[in-house]
Design a protein. Structure first.
Length: 423
């Protein structure tokens, strides 16, 4: 791709690796009872905070913490720290125990074998130190000394609260644009910006930028700005684990950690140093805006993607030709085949600018990126905001996609970089 957004220059030097610490020894081990279903679900959630094969062996365990009168499962991989509360657990003895997570999960499944799903979920189980008890059997679980478990970092205090369902939906829209190039680690993150009574989140891989805004309620007297980078892979895993969650989401941004709390789940990370490019510098000042039926454009783009795949051009371009009467969408094929191609017509309405401005104007886009952009919207129509084309009638500046309406009023914006076709 000829044009890319440069973000590496925003990256700052990573702090030195922290020295390993261990938990302060607790003399008492944990004892509690819980429902099998709730404990199993919490263990599954806690599992994504474990790095398989990491050293020391205790780091592959899960801490069963009952010291505050609740049952909290704690895991971490030195960069992501997870705490999951188990609802309606009864604490018999306050304390902490570290059990092998994988074995604990397997033994929980084993003692429920032969039961219906409903019956298994309602089974009462007891954990006393390193022994799992049910009404039918007792099973020992591999345990580790508490002093061998590396200490977790403290969670950041809450600065603002947003609607959890809205946050998860906006993450679903924003995350596809996050990069996966580990040589540009800043781009593998999502940036949270807290300003006034809003939280904005954005991601970019240099070829597109996604940006969403949510209303927020401040929880402290501090109304200043704050921002932090949160690993995109961690947010994606969290989004999938908490699908359907509709409670509040708390955001904490500290100097050493960043924390998200959604119901019984708390995820804390060490923030990456740096900052994503300022999207406002890349947002176009459109000269023309065109509103189209989203499903129709999606259908056309899928057909193009299918043809490109059939032609072994999986990373090929989807050409969108703009005309006063509508759009024509077709694949960019080899020179000798182009004259034989007929694209799919999609009706469109000009909402800004004049028909003459669209005469024979066209833009080339990565077909997969275009489809992901279209899928991020829920509305029946979307508006494409275009800048002035070049002398060859090609769109070379970013195209902004919003729901129908003014670009600056949208709570979600998707900026897509066109591909310059070299004939």
């Amino acid at each position: 791709m000829a044009s890319q957004w440069q973000a590496g220059q925003h990256q700052k030097t990573q702090p030195e690796q922290e020295k390993m610490m261990t938990e302060t020894h607790t003399e008492e081990t944990a004892e509690f009872t819980a429902k099998h279903g709730a404990l199993s679900k919490a263990l599954r959630m806690a599992g994504f905070g474990i790095a398989k094969g990491a050293e020391p062996p205790a780091i592959q365990g899960v801490v069963l913490d009952t010291t505050d009168g609740n049952l909290t499962l704690r895991t971490h991989d030195f960069s992501t720290y997870l705490a999951v509360k188990v609802p309606e657990a009864s604490i018999i003895r306050p304390g902490r125990t570290v059990l092998n997570h994988a074995q604990f999960m397997s033994c929980l499944a084993g003692i429920a074998a032969g039961e219906t799903t409903a019956a298994a979920a309602q089974m009462t189980v007891t954990v006393n130190s390193d022994v799992l008890h049910s009404s039918d059997m007792d099973v020992p679980i591999t345990a580790y000394p508490m002093e061998e478990y590396p200490a977790a970092r403290e969670a950041a205090g809450t600065l603002a609260t947003v609607d959890g369902a809205q946050l998860l939906r906006q993450l679903e829209r924003v995350l596809p644009a996050a990069g996966d190039d580990i040589t540009l680690p800043v781009l593998t993150s999502v940036q949270f910006d807290l300003k006034g009574d809003t939280v904005s989140i954005r991601a970019t891989d240099r070829y597109r930028i996604t940006h969403a805004v949510l209303p927020a309620q401040r929880t402290t007297d501090d109304t200043g700005k704050a921002h932090a980078l949160f690993p995109a892979a961690t947010l994606d895993a969290l989004r999938k684990l908490l699908k359907g969650y509709d409670g509040p989401a708390d955001l904490g941004i500290g100097t050493e950690t960043v924390t998200l709390r959604l119901g019984d789940v708390e995820v804390t990370v060490r923030p990456m140093q740096g900052e994503l490019p300022d999207y406002r510098m890349l947002m176009p000042e459109p000269t023309t805006s065109v509103t189209v039926d989203r499903k129709a454009l999606t259908k056309a783009a899928k057909k193009v993607q299918g043809v490109l795949k059939a032609k072994s051009l999986k990373k090929g371009q989807c050409i969108v030709r703009f005309q006063p009467e509508g759009l024509t969408v077709f694949p960019h094929l080899d020179q000798e085949e182009r004259a034989k191609v007929r694209g799919m017509a999609v009706s469109a309405t000009i909402t800004q600018g004049t028909p003459d401005a669209l005469q024979e104007v066209q833009g080339a886009f990565n077909a997969g990126y275009l489809l992901e952009a279209l899928a991020a919207f829920d509305s029946d129509t979307i508006t494409l905001h275009l800048c002035q084309p070049d002398a060859e009638h090609q769109i070379v500046k970013p195209v902004l996609l919003t729901e129908q309406g003014a670009a600056k009023e949208a709570d979600y914006r998707h900026l897509l970089m066109p591909v310059r076709i070299q004939e």
